[in-house]
Ligand binder design. Structure first.
Ligand SMILES: [Zn+2]
Ligand SMILES: [Zn+2]
Length: 64
């Protein structure tokens, strides 16, 4: 399992840790799937990505 890096602060998100995922489709297409270490980092992503309507999901808690 590859470890993730927060798209805002570049902090490592270790496997097994819950990560914040942007639900906007353009952030989930292609190879680059954006992940954030916290909701505040996700909020900083909104103005840079120019999302008009943004939401997030917390993932990483379901995978055993
Ligand atoms: Zn972060
Ligand atoms: Zn986004």
């Amino acid at each position: 399992m590859a470890s993730l890096v927060c798209a805002t602060c570049r902090k490592l998100i270790p496997p097994g840790t819950s990560a914040i995922r942007c639900t906007v489709a353009s952030c989930n297409t292609g190879r680059m799937k954006l992940r954030f270490c916290s909701i505040s980092c996700w909020e900083k992503h909104i103005p840079t990505a120019r999302h008009r309507k943004a939401n997030y999901v917390i993932e990483g808690e379901s995978a055993p």
